[in-house]
Design a protein around this ligand. Structure first.
Ligand code: KIV
Length: 292
């Protein structure tokens, strides 16, 4: 968002609501480290999600389930150091909010108190309302997450599109209304049919952020490693690669390997040489010391 002077200003949850009212798309991207956060922030994207997807794209796990609070806080802190404009959202990892409401509030608070986040995200619908209400009452903005919720990968029988039947679509629709009522300022809709996402977006006052949910959402989010072509273990259908950095990085590494092996790197512009006189003095001191 720009001010009248063209200067960019800090994005808040009010910006999300304002953009929805003005029918302006909300932009969100994941980031997990300082340099990526710098880039996303500088690009003008509204919001950075430090997603628990970091378990898969950064830490190399098969699912997001092994990700801990400590993993999340570590990466959130790095992102917070790199971004000063975008709204920062920390993703609550598996088991950090399911066991009890008190634990959910405490862990949600750690994202703001220790890691510099502005809001938190958690997965689930009607079964999470009590936790959402309590976190919101503690003054912590919450973004919900419905549809394909990766922390329930085993319950869903794999990473698959949700809400394809009338009955499952209705459950997601009702959950979206319930999350709004509980106080969420926004909801991520992941991998659900586009008509369902559009209908939910039209019927809610709060904005929806889609990933694999079509163009009818109020905003879009992607996993940065997917959209930059850095993660090639698998590519969900809904990912568009805006760059293909894996081959570019591989090529650079191969050239480095070759240049080091052939002693073509480093060259004089990459190192410092001592002035001739200082070097001669150094050698004479060495010689003198040896003869003592
Ligand atoms: O963890 C994550 O990156 C997410 C996005 C896919 C929405 O939840």
């Amino acid at each position: 968002m720009s001010t009248d002077s063209g200067e960019r200003k800090q994005i808040t949850i009010r910006t999300f609501l304002q953009k929805k009212r003005e029918h302006k798309p909300i932009t969100m991207m994941t980031a997990y480290d300082y340099p990526t956060a710098l880039c996303v922030d500088q690009s003008g994207i509204d919001s950075i999600l430090v997603g628990d997807s970091l378990g898969m794209v950064v830490l190399g796990y098969e699912t997001t389930l092994p990700v801990t609070m400590e993993d999340m806080l570590h990466h959130c802190k790095a992102v917070a150091r790199g971004a000063n404009r975008a709204l920062l959202i920390g993703d609550m990892p598996f088991l950090s909010y399911q066991a009890s409401v008190a634990e959910a509030v405490h862990n949600a608070g750690r994202f703001l108190q220790e890691a510099g986040m502005d809001a938190i995200k958690l997965e689930g619908g009607r079964e999470r309302l009590e936790a959402v209400r309590a976190i919101v009452q503690a003054g912590i903005p919450v973004i919900g997450h419905l549809g394909l919720t990766p922390q329930s990968v085993h319950a869903m029988g794999g990473f698959r599109t949700q809400g394809k039947s009338a009955a499952t679509a209705l459950r997601i629709y009702e959950d979206a209304l319930l999350l709004q009522e509980a106080g969420c300022f926004s909801i991520v809709l992941e991998s659900i049919p586009s008509q369902l996402a559009e209908r939910i977006s039209n019927d809610l006052d709060i904005p929806t952020i889609g990933i694999g949910a079509g163009p009818g959402c109020d905003g879009q989010v992607l996993v940065v490693h997917d959209m930059l072509g850095l993660f090639d273990r698998f590519k969900p259908r809904f990912v568009k690669q805006f760059a293909n950095l894996h081959p570019a990085i591989l090529e650079a590494l191969k050239i480095y390997l070759q240049e080091v092996e052939e002693r073509a790197f480093p060259t004089p512009e990459h190192y410092t040489a001592m002035k001739e006189k200082e070097w001669k003095d150094f050698l004479s001191i060495l010689e003198e010391n040896k003869n003592e």
